[in-house]
Design a binder for this molecule. Structure first.
Ligand code: 13P
Length: 343
């Protein structure tokens, strides 16, 4: 660890910057297919490359985006001829954006459950991290998910996921890679915000206990949580202020102040909701950590719609992405205003 302390410190310093966030561009090819299907875009390695390039080459985007999480395929792809065929990680580095990599290997049924899934990917993780490091990755992501019902998530899954997240995080730090730990409480369902708060608190409490048990250094760790929010199909869904208040309440109760930065996922919220919620949290007084975003859908959706897989739409799509990145950057400082959506 000591060998890498300097690198871990430098990476955190570049990412935990007030007003800057992370772009999650690490959709697996399967997830990418779903997103592309909605816009009737064929999903092959070249269209995925073009899609990623659109975001990475958006002019001046590093004002708002400190790091980008890549999928393994993208780590080995190159920017097109217009930008000299530079490998993407190198291209990002040149533009002051830290390249990261999704390292979990997706979800598998947990204990034969029809609903619950655990995350796999610990086998051979150290060797993979060495490879990723060689081509420029400096931080990583591992996502665990929790479905809410009246009785779930089970204690067994919370234990299993927390242990895996902690083992993954320690392995990352031993290889000089800053881990993002992502325990996502899913938005699907009709549960109340109170139920989401209860589950989120339990999940975060277990996660930080496991990180402590495995001696993970919190000062070199990024938390990527979901917000405390009503289920997607709940009646009387809680408003912006309540989401912000309950989310900050849970985070203050469970996340030690030694952790430098919390970067939310958007989880199926609309782009504007995700921005509003983050902004509102910053109106609740001073916070012990940097509080920002690591969105995929909430940063990409309007750009995907504008792009439609066509070269002639790249500039329009980049304009949409620039706008969302800028508004979220302002929200991460509590300086967003709804009027700005009209610009
Ligand atoms: P969303 O912001 O679309 O939830 O994606 C974030 C992410 O990285 C999920 O793992």
């Amino acid at each position: 660890m000591t060998n890498y302390e300097h690198e871990l410190q430098a990476t955190i310093k570049e990412i935990a910057v007030p007003g800057k966030g992370i772009l999650a561009a690490d959709e697996s090819s399967g997830t990418c297919q779903k997103r592309f299907d909605s816009a009737k875009i064929p999903c092959i390695d070249e269209t995925r490359r073009q899609y990623r390039e659109l975001f990475f080459t958006t002019p001046n985007i590093s004002q708002f985006i400190a790091g980008i999480i890549l999928y393994e395929e993208t780590l080995y792809q190159k920017a097109g001829d217009a930008v000299n065929g530079t490998p993407f990680p190198e291209f990002l580095k040149k533009h002051n954006i830290v390249p990261g990599i999704k390292v979990d290997k997706g979800l598998v049924p947990f204990n034969d459950s029809e609903i619950e899934k655990a995350t796999q990917g610990l086998d051979g993780l150290g060797e993979r991290l060495e490879q990723y490091r060689k081509v420029g990755a400096r931080f990583a992501k591992w996502r665990a998910t929790y479905s809410i019902t009246d009785t779930l998530p089970s204690d067994g899954l919370i234990q299993e996921n927390s242990e895996s997240l902690a083992k993954y995080a320690l392995t990352c730090q031993q290889h000089g890679i800053v881990p993002i730990v992502e325990p996502e409480v899913l938005l699907d369902g009709s549960h109340t915000i109170e139920r989401c708060q209860e589950v989120t608190e339990k999940v975060l409490h277990a996660l930080f206990a496991a990180l402590k048990k495995h001696d993970v250094k919190l000062e070199y760790t990024i938390l990527k949580p979901s917000m405390v929010i009503s289920g997607k199909n709940a009646s009387n869904r809680a408003g912006i202020k309540e989401v912000a208040k309950r989310t900050v309440e849970v985070l203050k109760k469970t996340v030690p102040s030694t952790l430098p930065t919390i970067n939310f996922l958007s989880g199926g919220q609309t782009p504007q909701e995700a921005t509003q919620h983050l902004n509102e949290m910053h109106k609740l007084g001073s916070l012990p950590w940097n509080l920002s975003f690591s969105y995929a859908r909430a940063l990409q959706e309007p750009a995907l719609k504008a792009w439609q897989g066509k070269q002639e739409n790249v500039a329009a799509a980049q304009k949409e992405f620039y706008k969302r990145a800028k508004l979220n950057s302002l929200a991460a400082l509590g300086k967003y205003d709804e009027e700005m959506e009209k610009q």
